[in-house]
Structure formats: C-alpha cells, structure tokens
Design a protein around this ligand. Sequence first.
Ligand SMILES: [Mn+2]
Length: 255
Amino acid sequence: MSSCAAWAAPPGWRRIDILSDLHLQDDTPRTFEAFAAHLLHTPADAVLLLGDIFEAWVGDDACSEPGFEQRAADVLKAAAQRRWIGFMAGNRDFLVGPGLLRATGLHALVDPTAITAFGQTLLFTHGDAWCLADTDYLAFRSQVRDTAWQQAFLSRPLAERRAVARGMRQASMARAATMAPETWADVDAQRARQELIASDAQHLVHGHTHQPAVHDLGGGRQRWVLSDWDLDHGPTRAEVLVWTAEGLQRQAPSA
Ligand SMILES: [Mn+2]
C-alpha cells in the first residue's frame, strides 16, 4: 500500500476543479489557450492538476529561456495569484520540480492524496502507478522516479535533455499508433478498492488512461476517470471535473 497524504480543504472552499492529461507542448496552442482561460476564469476556489499537464518536462531551468515552458510558467503564476492550485506529477511531467512550484506559487500534491471537503473524502492519483498489468511501464517508472537517475538526467545540458525528450516522444507515438486507447492498461480495480479503504475515501479520481467514465467498485465506491484535453487535432476533447457540495460533475472549461 502506498503512503497517502491526507488533508481537509479549508472551510471557505465552495468548489474544487480537477483536470489532467492536457499534454501541453509547443504545438498545441488551442489546448494551451483553453487551459489558460480556465485557470484564470474558473469560479473555483482551488484547482487540482492531476498530472500530464505537460507532454514532457525536461527540467525547471527550461523556463529560463523564452519559449513554451516560460509561457506556461507565466500562466500558472497568474492563476496561482487568484486561487489555490495543486500540482501532481504524471508520467510525462514527473520532472516538474520545486523550482517551478516556487516560481509559480503552485502547491505540490503527493500521489496519492486524500482530500476531505463538503463532508466527503476523495482519493486522487494520476493513475499510472496502479495500472498493474503494464509491467514494462512500471519498471521504467521506478527507474525514472529514482532520485539518482533524475539528478543524472538534470545535470545534462538543456539542449541534450530536449533531444532525449523528443526521441522518447517519437518512440511513444510510434508505440501508441499501434494500440487503440481502449486497449491500454487500466487502473487495477482491486488495488483501487484497497487504496480507498486504506485512506477511508469514498471515490477515486484519476487521469492517465484517457478513458473518461465512472466505474462502480462496489460498497458505494466509484472510480472517476478524467478526460484528456485536445483542442488542436480532430474532435475537441476538454472537460473539468467539478467537486462541490452537490458532488462530482463534468463540465466544459470556463472561457
Ligand atoms: Mn499519464
């Protein structure tokens, strides 16, 4: 069982927005604009970013050069001045570090985190760590989440890190092209139930699989899967999960 962070929302919060899997990069300008507009204009008191906000993140020092990362940091900073924003790493942006969080005013969210608000406790995770059938990926994950591996990677020149990220993205796209999203590994239901019981939470909320749905886990427990976002290719996908005293509800982003 993973060690789980747990905290209660401040009593003044009325609405918490949850989003993930925007996979932002330099060539997704419409998705980026929709993300920025939502963060700046949502009426929510808090926003939980549940991972893979960025398609790749090669180190917080990337923000020191004019370009995509710097624009993204500017948006996050402006948004964090208006409301509480929490950041949980995904399998793409796990190298977001304390430098970016400090510079923007974002709060780190441990994976998983249980939050109590509106008389209910929900458990939040990106989702990749509990896709237990994906053993190749889990081996890769434990390698790249290792502190020594990360220090070695981050000590390489920025241009070299960008080249490695490009190569990994191409390999991942080539792999994904051979598999429909429905066939990707999914969060293990037994593990999800165990984690909910251990953290005394009612529902699990996660992203990662790009298969928005609500799954019944029995005993009144549910697994809510977030939508990915894509406003740059084909049919538009963009959805925010809104948590209020009324429960959970999917909504279009604020414009
Ligand atoms: Mn992911």
